[in-house]
Ligand binder design. Structure first.
Ligand SMILES: [Zn+2]
Length: 263
């Protein structure tokens, strides 16, 4: 998504759709980011509106970029929300969508732990979903990339509410347990061709003129969840007891390092 934000002119208008507390930071550029969620923002945020994604309170064709980051799976009226994205996006806009793949271990684990976790839409085909979004928004599908996970949503340091008791079976969200998951899932995917480290997909639509890296980024931070291409981590590599690792460029947390090798 950062490549789309970087390519925008300084006066661009961006919609962060279904963002809870904000799904990305837009620091460093003078963009105007409007954030929308069905639930009120806590704490309060500037440019935030509480609204239904299927009834957006904006005029037609006003946004240069729409971001739906991990939100389509939550929308009760998905068709209505997609039509609204098409209505409020400029014909020259870009659209970024990320969703979990419902067939993965990660999404099944999330639904099991959180009793569904508010995921009312289960997506199992990237091609079908891309076609549906393109048809509803009239923004042309440009690229799809696979996203990996570190299970950072389980990290007890990120948790503001009571953790489910079932989580005790999986290490209770300690960073040590997440390090072990990251290590063994990457190892298993590489040598046994499993899909344990896969989260879902990112889709790019419309005027996505910036070069898009379509390769999956294996390294995802266990604390903040941000992914980075392994090539870019060369300068933050930190070994611990002979284990290859890196210090997350976004939050500084030490993570196990793996070379990007997924297709
Ligand atoms: Zn981080």
């Amino acid at each position: 998504m950062n490549e789309l934000l970087e390519a925008l002119p300084p006066d661009a208008l961006v919609l962060d759709l279904g963002c809870a507390g904000g799904s990305f930071r837009a620091s460093g550029k003078s963009l105007t980011v409007v954030r929308i969620d069905l639930e009120a923002a806590k704490p309060a945020m500037p440019n935030f509106a509480q609204a239904d994604a299927a009834r957006l309170p904006f005029r037609d064709h006003c946004f240069d970029l729409v971001v739906s980051n991990h939100s389509l799976e939550h929308f009760e009226n998905l068709t209505g929300a997609l039509q609204e994205i098409g209505r409020v996006a400029k014909p020259s806009a870009a659209l970024y969508v990320s969703v979990p793949d419902a067939t993965t271990f990660t999404d099944r684990l999330y639904r099991w732990l959180a009793r569904g976790g508010g995921h009312v839409n289960a997506f199992s085909s990237a091609e079908d979903l891309a076609a549906r979004i393109q048809a509803a928004t009239r923004l042309k599908h440009v690229a799809t990339r696979t996203l990996c996970t570190s299970l950072s949503f389980l990290n007890r340091k990120n948790s503001r509410t009571r953790r489910p008791r079932k989580l005790l079976l999986l290490g209770d969200g300690t960073q040590t347990s997440l390090h072990l998951f990251s290590f063994f899932s990457r190892l298993s995917d590489r040598w046994l061709h499993t899909r344990l480290s896969i989260y879902g997909w990112a889709f790019y639509f419309g005027n996505a003129t910036a070069p898009i890296d379509r390769h999956p980024w294996t390294n995802v931070c266990i604390r903040c969840g941000s992914g980075h291409p392994s090539e870019s981590l060369r300068h933050v590599r930190v070994r611990r007891l002979f284990v290859p690792g890196y210090s997350c460029p976004d939050c500084g947390t030490w993570n196990f390092f793996a070379a990007d090798n997924l297709k």
